[in-house]
Design a binder for this molecule. Structure first.
Ligand SMILES: [Zn+2]
Length: 244
């Protein structure tokens, strides 16, 4: 284990992980994870025609419960029981891309692949320095990655936020600076266009750098009380929508 990893606290697991699994009416079945769990998403169309699309994504890393908690509470406030988007844009919510890892409280999916190293980017490669960064046998080898890429191709989002936890930062990829700046009006967090180590095969590279979609990887402080996550970041996320 690296020195850096030692100073990062582990996340607090959910006492009831089922809370974060949304299904039922208006939830789309996007397919199954490597471990056979259903991955669901929710689309809420705006009343306006030809509105932008926003994609909010949680649980790419199953043990980063802070990000899943944000998505869970956002979903409860703005998605459940809604017929149309409460915002002036179309909203796609995917609270938990990696149910395998979430239910087992591990970073990777059931194939032990890091889903944020498995996207079909130009810099994807099969090498890895640590087990937790295993990128898969080839780019897009994992069903979760295929689900996410299919979704990106379909809705063509104009803004993406993916919720993670590590050292707290707003990690920007693509033309996302103004979105990040608006976040910092409501939340004390640094903006960084470089997370500090290489992330080949990541969503930030795939969507942000290579397709110029404003993409923010919001890293909550790992190990903070889960009850504090949503109040901390809610207004910042809402404020960032004003950049659309
Ligand atoms: Zn992560």
């Amino acid at each position: 284990m690296s020195t850096e990893e030692n100073i990062i606290k582990p996340s607090i697991p959910y006492t009831n992980p089922q809370d974060a699994l949304f299904s039922g009416e208006r939830w789309e079945n996007l397919g199954s994870s490597a471990g056979g769990h259903t991955i669901t998403g929710n689309r809420l169309l705006s009343d306006k025609n030809s509105s932008p699309w926003v994609l909010l994504l949680g649980g790419v890393h199953g043990n980063e419960t802070e990000g899943v908690r944000f998505m869970e509470e956002f979903t409860r406030e703005f998605v459940l029981e809604k017929e149309t988007s409460p915002f002036p844009f179309n909203l796609y919510t995917l609270p938990l891309l990696n149910p395998d890892g979430f239910l087992s409280f591990e970073r990777q999916n059931a194939n032990s692949v890091d889903l944020n190293r498995n996207m079909s980017t130009k810099d994807w490669n099969a090498d890895y320095t640590e087990e937790r960064y295993r990128p898969g046998s080839k780019a897009q080898s994992e069903p979760e990655t295929v689900i996410l890429i299919n979704l990106l191709n379909e809705i063509k989002p104009d803004y993406i936020i993916s919720f993670h936890s590590w050292k707290p930062m707003i990690n920007t990829n693509g033309p996302s600076q103004k979105f990040a700046s608006l976040m910092t009006e409501k939340m004390d967090m640094i903006i960084a266009d470089d997370i500090g180590y290489p992330t080949p095969g990541s969503l930030g590279t795939y969507a942000g750098l290579e397709r110029q979609i404003p993409t923010i990887t919001l890293e909550f402080e790992r190990g903070i009380e889960l009850d504090t996550v949503y109040p901390f970041a809610r207004d910042a996320v809402l404020n960032s929508f004003n950049a659309l």
